[in-house]
Design a binder for this molecule. Structure first.
Ligand SMILES: [Cu+2]
Length: 123
């Protein structure tokens, strides 16, 4: 009986982990709004990045406005390896990070521990 419970529990846990990492991974790409010639996208940081994929137009200045609602220190830092950006996101505040859109490409960003990911597409 104990073995059966252990088995069922392990299956549930493995299933949950698989769902957590791969399940809710639909791409929701969001196009930037343009105000005064600057592209702007609000990104809510709460158990991940929402939206996690942002589309920017090449050659136009762009700001990503991060708002961290998540209290965990996991998401308190955001890094854009391609741009050498590594910034602290104050909780419950909007924090703008300007993105270099001079080159086409896909640029990943992640939390300080590289657990949560997002992507900026410059096209
Ligand atoms: Cu993390």
């Amino acid at each position: 009986m104990t073995q059966l419970i252990t088995l069922v529990l392990s299956i549930l846990i493995v299933g949950f982990v698989i769902w957590w990492f791969f399940g809710h991974r639909e791409e929701e790409a969001v196009q930037a709004n343009v105000a005064d010639g600057t592209q702007q996208v609000d990104i809510v940081v709460d158990g991940g990045y929402s939206p996690s994929t942002v589309v920017l137009k090449q050659g136009q200045p762009a700001n990503l406005i991060f708002e961290r609602k998540d209290p965990s220190n996991c998401l308190e830092q955001v890094t854009f390896a391609d741009f050498g950006i590594n910034e602290f996101l104050p909780q419950k505040e909007k924090h703008a990070i300007s993105i270099d859109t001079s080159k086409f490409g896909e640029y990943d960003f992640a939390c300080g521990m590289n657990m949560f990911h997002g992507k900026v597409v410059v096209r």
